[in-house]
Structure formats: structure tokens, C-alpha cells
Design a protein around this ligand. Structure first.
Ligand SMILES: Cc1cc2nc3c(=O)[nH]c(=O)nc-3n(C[C@H](O)[C@H](O)[C@H](O)COP(=O)(O)OP(=O)(O)OC[C@H]3O[C@@H](n4cnc5c(N)ncnc54)[C@H](O)[C@@H]3O)c2cc1C
Length: 325
């Protein structure tokens, strides 16, 4: 008897959606290949290393788990040491907040186990051929033919790659994702108690969120470090500014919030998240672009949280498995 080889599935994006999708496919006996433009894993669940090895979680700050699938995943991640509870007192709803340990990006580590992941592969073109989907990657100049493709990227990046599929364009254009400027600051000495507002959401003004890295579990001691996130409105209005300008303006805003002089700053850097937080989601767990053979997913399908990315990736994998049986 001649056995049919399992179809090749290329998953583009090693954020939580892509990794959840690939992990689900692998658990069902498939061997997906994951590609990401960057070297690391996690996408917007990110940990940046500054000078002297200082780490900053400059993307997602924490994850909450509301549904059974992601709750089970997070319980496993905590049990395995990839995540822990962050006990952050603030006025928001009393949900458990999880952070990756020792940095946010570790939160996706359990999903990546055993997967074939190729970093520094930026997908630049998808073409349908007789043999399947021809994928072209920049930097490495590689191509690959896959039977099915799961694009686990923010909606505008999916749109740029799928211009030959006008039927997907309207759905993708209906999604709105706000940008976010993030600023990472290290102080030479800790700010005096009471100088800065409490970590957490900040009302009004350009700064929407402030976190003190040292309040998170399992972080290395090191100097006092802050991460600031600008509000969606401020980030949109200042999106094309050079990073140094954005850092300076947000530092000025921080000084305006502080109740006394701040200690000397030893490091400051800004990062522009062009697609950060979904404002208007697609409203279904994934987008089928070409008969289950080319699909797109990510948090933007369902909302603005880590769990939305996870749920989208799992649903996308289930759609593929439904066909393959
Ligand atoms: C500043 C900020 C703060 C946030 N705070 C929180 C929070 O506190 N709590 C919360 O729940 N959520 C938060 N979020 C949202 C959360 O980070 C996202 O919901 C989630 O990480 C999205 O995962 P994803 O896999 O859908 O997309 P991403 O994480 O964006 O993954 C997409 C991946 O695709 C890769 N990629 C893109 N284009 C290509 C290409 N052409 N070829 C190959 N690879 C490509 C990218 O490198 C990336 O790794 C925050 C996001 C930001 C930016």
C-alpha cells in the first residue's frame, strides 16, 4: 500500500498565535514549519535586552486567562517554570495576571518545544502554483513550497501579502490595530518612594501604562527599570517621529507625573509597535482566504489580548485538521 505523505503546513509568525497553531498541529501528528522574521520567539510578547544585559518587557505586560484552553495552558506554563503570577496591586478587575519568567517572552516557551522554527525568515511573497503555495523569504533568499499556509501576523501585514486575494481585503480592512510607543528607562539609583505614581494604568496624558520591572517575579535585581507605554491616541499622532524624539517627549511626560526629582537616567530607548493593540477585531477566530489552504489568524481576529492570539491559533489549526482528518 502506498501511503500519502502528510501535507506540509507553513506557519508564518512565531508569536503566540503561530506557535499555538503549530503546537496544536504537531500534537495531532503533523510536522509544521514555523517561520518568523525575527530571531526570537513571542512576537509582541517580547523581552528586550539593553546594555549590561538589562531586560525590559517592552511589549505585552501580562496575560490573563478567561477561557478553559488558555487557562490550562497557563497552569502548565506556571508548573513548568515558564510563567508566574504577577501580584500587581491596582484598581483594575481582580483577574490573575501571568508574566513569563525570567522575561515575558518565556511565556510562549512551552508552545515552541519540539517545533521546527526558522528565524530571520521574512515572508515577502506568496504565490499559488500547481505544486502548492510558493513562499519567498527575504534575507535568506530561500523559497519553499507548502500545501497549506497559516499567516499568523497582524492584519495589515496579512493584507500586504495577500493582495492577489481581493475577497480577503474587505475583512482585513475592517480590523483596526492601534500603534504603541514603548519607552524603556534604567535609573542609576531607585526613585525615592512616592516620587512616581503606582505602576499600572495611568489616566489621561500621553502615558497610558507604567510598569516597574522589579515588581515582577523572578527578575534579576539590577538597577531600577521602568517601561512606559504611550496611549493609542498619542502613539498614532506621533507614530513617524524618530525614536529619540518619542523617548524625550515621553520622559518629559513622566517628569510631569512625578512628585519630585527623578534619579539620573543611565539608559533610555524607545520602541515603536506599529501594530500593538486591536481596537476593532474581525469578530471570528480566523480568516479563511482560500478554501482552507491559505488562512490568517492572530489576536486581531478576536481582541487585544494574548489569549485572543492563542485562541485564534488553536482555531486555525483545528480548521486545518478538519480537512486533513
Ligand atoms: C505594547 C503592547 C502592550 C501589550 N500589553 C498587553 C497586555 O498587557 N496583556 C495582553 O494580554 N496583551 C497585551 N498586548 C497584546 C499582545 O501582545 C498580543 O495580543 C499578542 O501578543 C498577539 O500575538 P500574535 O501571535 O497574534 O501576534 P504577534 O505577537 O504580533 O506575532 C506575529 C509574528 O509575526 C512575525 N512577522 C511579521 N511579519 C512577518 C513576515 N512577513 N514574515 C515572517 N514573520 C513575520 C513577527 O515578527 C511576530 O513574531 C500588548 C501588545 C503591545 C504591543
Amino acid at each position: 500500500m502506498v501511503s500519502t505523505p502528510a501535507p506540509t503546513v507553513a506557519v508564518i509568525g512565531a508569536g503566540i498565535a503561530g506557535l499555538a497553531c503549530a503546537s496544536r498541529l504537531a500534537a495531532a501528528g503533523m510536522t509544521p514549519v514555523v517561520f518568523d522574521k525575527s530571531r526570537g520567539l513571542g512576537g509582541r510578547i517580547a523581552t528586550r535586552r539593553g546594555p549590561d544585559g538589562l531586560t525590559f518587557d517592552h511589549g505585552a505586560q501580562f496575560a490573563t486567562a478567561r477561557g478553559p484552553a488558555f487557562s490550562a495552558y497557563m497552569r502548565g506554563a506556571v508548573a513548568g517554570g515558564a510563567a508566574a503570577d504577577w501580584d500587581l496591586p491596582d484598581a483594575t478587575r481582580g483577574e490573575r495576571r501571568y508574566v513569563g519568567t525570567p522575561g515575558m517572552s518565556s511565556l510562549v516557551r512551552p508552545l515552541a518545544e519540539g517545533l521546527e522554527i526558522r528565524g530571520q525568515h521574512t515572508l515577502t511573497k506568496i504565490e499559488r502554483t500547481q505544486d502548492g503555495w510558493q513562499l519567498a523569504f527575504a534575507l535568506v533568499g530561500e523559497t519553499m513550497v507548502a500545501d497549506r499556509v497559516a499567516l499568523c501576523l497582524p492584519a495589515p501585514q496579512v493584507a500586504a501579502l495577500t493582495q492577489d486575494f481581493p475577497q480577503a481585503a474587505a475583512a482585513l480592512a475592517s480590523v483596526d490595530i492601534a500603534p504603541c510607543w514603548a519607552v524603556m528607562i534604567a535609573f542609576e539609583d531607585p526613585p525615592l518612594p512616592g516620587t512616581l505614581p503606582d505602576a499600572g494604568p495611568q489616566a489621561g496624558g500621553p502615558i497610558a501604562w507604567m510598569a516597574t520591572e522589579g515588581t515582577k517575579p523572578a527578575r534579576d535585581a539590577g538597577p531600577a527599570r521602568l517601561v512606559l507605554h504611550a496611549s493609542p491616541g498619542w502613539s498614532r499622532a506621533n507614530l513617524e517621529r524618530p525614536a529619540e524624539d518619542a523617548a524625550r517627549l515621553l520622559l518629559d511626560a513622566l517628569k510631569g507625573l512625578s512628585k519630585g526629582p527623578l534619579p539620573a537616567i543611565s539608559h533610555v530607548a524607545a520602541h515603536r509597535w506599529r501594530y500593538a493593540k486591536t481596537q476593532v477585531p474581525l469578530g471570528r477566530p480566523f480568516l479563511d482566504i482560500a478554501d482552507g489552504m491559505l488562512l490568517a489568524g492572530g489576536d486581531w481576529c478576536l481582541g487585544a489580548r494574548v489569549e485572543c492570539g492563542f485562541d485564534s491559533g488553536v482555531s486555525l489549526a483545528d480548521r486545518i485538521l478538519r480537512d486533513i482528518g
